[in-house]
Design a protein around this ligand. Sequence first.
Ligand code: NAP
Length: 486
Amino acid sequence: MPATGQPSVLIVGTGFGGVGVAIELKRAGFGDITLLEKAGDIGGVWRENTYPGAGCDIPSPYYSFSYEPNPDWPMRFSLRADIQDYLRRTADKYGITEHIRFNTEVTAAAFDAEAGLWRVETSTGETYEANVFVPAVGQLSRPALPSLPGQETFAGQSFHSALWDHDCDLTGKRVAVIGTGASAIQFVPRIQPKVAALTLFQRTAPYVVPKPDTVYRPWQLALYRRLPRTQLAERGFFWGLCEFATVGLKGNTAITKGVQWLSRALRNKQIKDPQLRAKLTPDYPPGCKRVLFASDYYPAVAAANVTLETGRIAEITPSGVRTAAGVEHPADVIIYATGFRTTEFLGPMKVLGLDGRDLREHWSNGARAYLGITVAGFPNMFLMYGPNTNLGCGSIIYMLERQARYIRQAVRHIATVPSYLDVREDVADRFDDEVRRRLSRSVWARCDSWYRDADGRIPTNWPGLVSEYDRRTRKLNLADYWVSAP
Ligand code: NAP
């Protein structure tokens, strides 16, 4: 542990989480920062998800760092390339890019209590040491493929939506898409006009509501540049709207009924065939799965070359997909839009804390972390976008800024008094009990989704408003921690 007031910080991942915490620390004067990135570029999910139409369903003025408003967003709901450019530019502007080691995947990390150091190993065989370890690897970074009988026998091309095969030309092909979540509803309208036939396999109908998108006009962008408060007002409006929607997700049925009404109105307007409309009607409470914003999805599903198949998939055959009812849908290409392994936080990384305790075992009954940031027995490890910090509605960047602010205070303490901080088990347990209790009353407890793990636990979502998270993470309370000298 250096006595000089410059603890070394090792950050894993360069999405908004990794870059965001690095900026926060650098702005506070902590320069001994290293970011390890498995890929050759920054961007996290915005680098990985390159499927046609990939973009953000949170308005860009809100989906930005608060200290780095961007008057150049081309649209209200920006596409991935613009979001990745913004992150790249911001990382350059704050001098973060030079701290990044690309093509360096972390495989393991272990805490050495005597030295007060984390030792981090990479797939290239290197070892890094740091006083502070910040995994910022996201919740939606590990694609989930279903295990369907016969999958390996398929003779055509197949890929996951997050690993889009751009060499595979879909023009004139028969395409099967499995899944109807946030990813599918963005790319289905883009590929539908060019394919010969599209079979869309829907297991559960999503709630789809209109997307109030707009291409910003030159005068609007000029206004944002001249009077930044006008863009701030738009940010504030969507912040407020999401807080309002979250009251519904927490259990207020009057609000969720509004979502139901909006979705029904969109279906009635865009889907003329009553049978198709019935198939597209969800049968679970709104918000339980993520509500999707799209004004072009239903028209694409209603197009003449699209078949919506709601029967259970029995197997993949060499020539297509067969349902349990024995209907065979021939396909040249299968696209799995089947989501991510969201409940395996930190993915394949092996993380050992005090006395060699394994984080995977510690989380064998579900991932948990105090304020989504610290884990008892894993001192000086601070998570970005950790357990229970995801949102049903809202900007994750807002949450990441709160986590970065909290971590900055911890690093400041460590810089002042060389030490390691280990969250007290009773504090962490009490917090987790509260989160479980509150989530059990939320709408997310009422159906299966990627928010829940196989045991029905919800390790992903924050149970309250983002304003509550802001308040509770504003000040690091040292009384919540065992503070030890190495
Ligand atoms: P997802 O929401 O988890 O959707 C996966 C889809 O695949 C669901 O429709 C699911 O059906 C279906 N599925 C999974 N396994 C299946 C199987 N064995 N057979 C048939 N169907 C199966 O995944 P996603 O669409 O990739 O989105 C994940 C999350 O990423 C989003 O909720 C969102 O938070 C984020 N995302 C965000 C944006 C954005 O604009 N901000 C865009 C894309 C993604 P069930 O519903 O029945 O499980």
